[in-house]
Design a protein around this ligand. Structure first.
Ligand SMILES: Cc1cc2nc3c(=O)[nH]c(=O)nc-3n(C[C@H](O)[C@H](O)[C@H](O)COP(=O)(O)O)c2cc1C
Length: 315
């Protein structure tokens, strides 16, 4: 995830059990692009011992091929192409999710990349640009290029992050495609994870915002899959996580105010799990100093009660 999943974030997730595989934020690829140094540093300094997939976004074939070749010199398990980013600045340039409007162009890009990538080559897609009905005509294009994995974020680009997630289409992909399918979209609890895996028949699960909110989620899912009781953090455990997140992100060069603002980005996800009324998040968004920030955290979280950090049932 852009601005989130750097090496420091992976390392922090790993302290809580972590993912089996990590994806980089995307490398922006165009005629004059160079590999972003901070993403390369995350890959080279990956301290988790788990594989990393390098993701690219772009539409210019020679530049994508050049970048894919460069990425294969790094310790990455796969090269991935983003066909899902819904940011207008990206899709209006016909990159990310914008490419889903031009299936013939996807066909040409995947053909060139499949030839250029000798390690695993994977794609992350949404189910269409404007309508989930488009997915049926995208699947044969993905099938044609011997992908090693297809991750399906089962929303359209137009949907952005709104519900519903079209899990039935992930199942359709799992049944129609030869390659493994990774299901993605709106998983916030171990129960939901199990439900999505069962319903979609996907071989893997990609989780984004749910683990910013709760790094415990990875291990909770493992507990649930093994049939063990699921354990939850206490309020104080959550403060400890927030403190570790602050430390993982703290740059000594950045003024305190900037650090508080950076933490608010993460808190937008975490805060939704703290108190349904939204008062915690409301106050955190107004914090101006580190002292303010942690005073508010203590006010809501300095306790031993269990924090499920899950959305209400049905949400
Ligand atoms: C802040 C943020 C940044 C993201 N950046 C990327 C990205 O760089 N590449 C990508 O494939 N998806 C990106 N996504 C999308 C997520 O990977 C994921 O597909 C989406 O959030 C749905 O999954 P979730 O409900 O588990 O979060 C981003 C999402 C968010 C919220």
């Amino acid at each position: 995830m852009q601005d989130v999943t750097d090496g420091a974030f992976w390392k922090l997730m790993h302290r809580y059990g972590g993912a089996d595989i990590y994806w980089t934020e995307y490398f922006r690829v165009h005629a004059s692009s160079r590999l972003e140094k901070w993403i390369v540093a995350s890959i080279e300094q990956n301290a988790t011992g788990r594989p990393v997939v390098a993701q690219m976004i772009g539409n210019d074939i020679p530049s994508l091929v050049r970048t894919a070749k460069e990425l294969q010199h790094l310790p990455v398990a796969a090269v991935d192409l983003n066909l899902g980013c819904p940011a207008p600045i990206v899709y209006q340039k016909c990159a990310g999710g914008g490419l889903l409007r031009e299936p013939q162009r996807i066909d040409a890009i995947l053909g060139a990349l499949r030839d250029a990538v000798s390690i695993k080559f994977t794609v992350k897609t949404r189910v269409g640009f404007a309508s989930p009905d488009e997915f049926d005509s995208l699947l044969p294009i993905f099938a044609k290029h011997s992908l090693d994995l297809l991750t399906v974020h089962a929303r359209t680009v137009a949907q952005m992050y709104r519900l519903p997630v079209h899990y039935d289409l992930i199942r359709h992909a799992a049944e129609a495609m030869k390659c493994p399918i990774c299901a993605n979209g709106h998983v916030y609890s171990a129960d939901q994870a199990l439900e999505v895996v069962t319903q979609t028949k996907a071989q893997g699960l990609m989780i984004g915002r749910g683990v910013i909110r709760s790094p415990w989620l990875f291990d909770q899912i493992r507990q649930r899959l093994r049939g063990n009781p699921v354990t939850y953090p206490s309020g104080r455990d959550v403060i400890e996580y927030i403190t570790a997140l602050w430390e993982s992100q703290a740059s000594f060069a950045a003024p305190e105010k900037i650090q508080v603002e950076r933490m608010k980005k993460f808190m937008n996800y975490l805060g939704e799990g703290v108190g349904v009324e939204g008062q915690f998040l409301h106050q955190i968004r107004r914090a101006a100093t580190r002292t303010d920030f942690f005073r508010i955290c203590s006010e809501y979280l300095d306790h031993d009660q269990v924090m499920r950090l899950e959305p209400p049932v049905g949400a």
